[in-house]
Structures are given as structure tokens and as C-alpha cells.
Design a binder for this molecule. Structure first.
Ligand code: ATR
Length: 272
């Protein structure tokens, strides 16, 4: 049996087992299994050793362990730049971050142009790091708006990329083509919240990418559509970061459509 899985604390909410096991089933990979493991922070190092010793091929890493595991694996360039590992391959003991490619692949799948475009990133946490890194590398002019400006400064200096801290008011006037929500605002159950405050006019004809996928259509996405723009939800990013991990472990191309359908089904069952 080839074992993979996800570690987190808590980890119950993770949808990764659903999409990976659906992918294994669809490809007839009956000797693969994706497990979900609740690991408290004080035993992360020990757990990694145990999992490796018990023959796990690799794992995903979720909150709050994405930084902590970096001490125990060789973080590749991307993971080092972002300061977080979300995927480990135990065979090489290498950690990478597939959130960047998950996000960028999903933008590409939706035909969203990046190079030379003005992009507003909302948020300066872990998800924003992956977005800013990918967007800056793809040649976007990135403006970052965050509730806590010091975190924006820290993000820019850590990533070493060319991005601008900005206020909502200034960003709104900057002719952005794309707004990316990397905050948790609007997430179930507070579905009537939006990270774009009512006091600032919403830019017309902009594309919104909302990393929130629960609900699948957020208030921010409705604001974009109401102003003649386009809205893309974050489910595709979740699928594609998983697809990238799947390929690292199995050496096979992931069945993205199967994974997407499995997630949609699971989300239907889960109210939000
Ligand atoms: P993740 O790893 O998902 O990015 P995170 O690191 O906790 O999670 O980051 C969450 C982001 O959402 C942060 O930028 C946070 O703003 P602060 O840096 O000011 O904490 C932002 N965020 C969360 N709740 C928010 C709210 N109610 N209003 C505005 N921003 C919010």
C-alpha cells in the first residue's frame, strides 16, 4: 500500500482526502490511500519521522504546521521564499509549496492575463504570500491592501518581490484588472461579509479571484459581477494545489475534473 495524507491540528475539516481518494479510484490506483492525521504542534518533528519510517510516500501539511515542518525537511526555493511548506515528498525528504502553482494554474485555466496587469491582493497572511509570489514572478504590478499594514511590509521584505503596500482608497483608483481575496472574510458562516468595504466604490469591470470556496459564490464575487466584472471562486486553487502534490507523489497527471467533482459533492453535503 502506498500511503499519503495530510497533517494538521485540527484536521477534521480537510477536504483533501475526498479529492485524492477520488483521484486514486478514478485511475484504478487501488494500492494508494490518502489519510487525515490530527497532529498536535509539540510532536510535529516526531510525527514526520514516524510517518517516513512507516512508509508514507509523502504528505500535505496544513495549519498550523506549514512553517514548523521546515526544520525537518529540505525546503525547495519556492517554499523557502514563501516561508511555508504544504507538500512533502519523504523519498527525497523535500518540502515544497504547491499553493503557488495551484493558484497560478487556476488563473491560467480561467484565461486570466497576469503579465503587466495591475493586481490588488487583499490580505497579507500565508495565502497572500503564495499569491503575491506567483503574481510578481508572472510580471504583475501587485498592490497589497491589508488591515494590518506592518504585515504587508513584512511580507514584501520576506518575499523580496516588487509589490506596493496600499490603502483601499488608492487601490480602488489604480485601474486594477484583478482583485485577489486572500483573507478569510466572507467565509462560511459569515457569508454576508466582504473584504471590500462599502465606503470605497467597487471598481468596474474587474476580475475577482476569491480564495474562499465555502460558499462557492461569496459576497465579494457578487460585488464584482454587479459592477460588470467577472468572478472566480477558490475551489479550483484547492484542486490544483492538490493535483500538483498528487503528481509529485505518484508521478502521474492528476484527474483534475474528478477531484473538482468530488469536492463539489463534499461541499454540498457540508451545508456551507
Ligand atoms: P491564511 O494562511 O489563510 O492566509 P492568515 O495567515 O491567518 O491565514 O491570514 C489571514 C489574512 O486575512 C490576514 O491578512 C488578516 O489580516 P491581518 O493581517 O490584519 O490579521 C486577514 N483578515 C482576517 N480577518 C479579517 C477581517 N475581519 N478584516 C480584514 N482582514 C482580515
Amino acid at each position: 500500500m502506498n500511503k499519503v495524507g495530510v497533517i494538521g491540528w485540527p484536521v477534521d475539516h480537510s477536504l483533501s482526502p475526498v479529492m485524492h481518494n477520488a483521484a486514486f479510484a478514478a485511475l484504478g490506483m487501488t494500492d494508494w490511500f490518502y489519510d487525515k492525521m490530527a497532529i498536535p504542534p509539540d510532536i510535529v518533528g516526531l510525527s514526520l519521522r514516524e510517518l517516513r519510517d512507516h512508509g508514507f510516500t509523502g504528505i500535505n501539511v496544513t495549519v498550523p504546521h506549514k512553517q514548523a515542518v521546515m526544520r525537518y525537511v529540505t525546503a525547495d526555493e519556492r517554499a523557502q521564499a514563501i516561508g511555508a511548506v504544504n507538500t512533502i515528498d519523504f523519498r527525497a525528504n523535500v518540502g515544497t509549496n504547491t499553493d503557488v502553482s495551484g493558484f497560478m494554474d487556476d488563473l491560467a485555466a480561467h484565461g486570466v492575463e497576469i503579465a503587466g496587469q495591475n493586481v490588488i491582493v487583499l490580505g497579507a497572511g500565508g495565502a497572500a504570500r503564495a499569491a503575491v509570489y506567483g503574481l510578481a514572478q508572472a510580471g504583475a504590478n501587485v498592490a497589497i491592501v491589508n488591515r494590518t499594514p506592518e504585515k504587508t511590509e513584512q511580507l514584501i521584505s520576506d518575499l523580496g518581490v516588487d509589490a506596493m503596500p496600499m490603502t483601499f482608497e488608492k487601490a480602488a483608483k489604480g485601474k486594477a484588472a484583478l482583485i485577489v481575496n486572500c483573507t478569510s472574510v466572507g467565509m462560511y458562516p459569515k457569508i454576508d461579509d466582504s473584504p471590500w468595504t462599502d465606503e470605497v466604490p467597487f471598481p468596474p469591470r474587474v476580475t475577482v479571484y476569491d480564495m474562499v470556496y465555502r460558499p462557492q459564490t461569496t459576497k465579494l464575487m457578487r460585488q464584482a459581477e454587479a459592477n460588470g466584472g467577472r468572478a472566480i471562486g477558490g475551489l479550483g486553487m484547492l484542486v490544483r494545489q492538490g493535483a500538483a502534490a498528487f503528481s509529485i507523489w505518484t508521478g502521474q497527471e492528476a484527474p483534475v475534473d474528478v477531484m473538482f467533482a468530488a469536492l463539489e459533492e463534499a461541499l454540498k453535503e457540508n451545508s456551507g
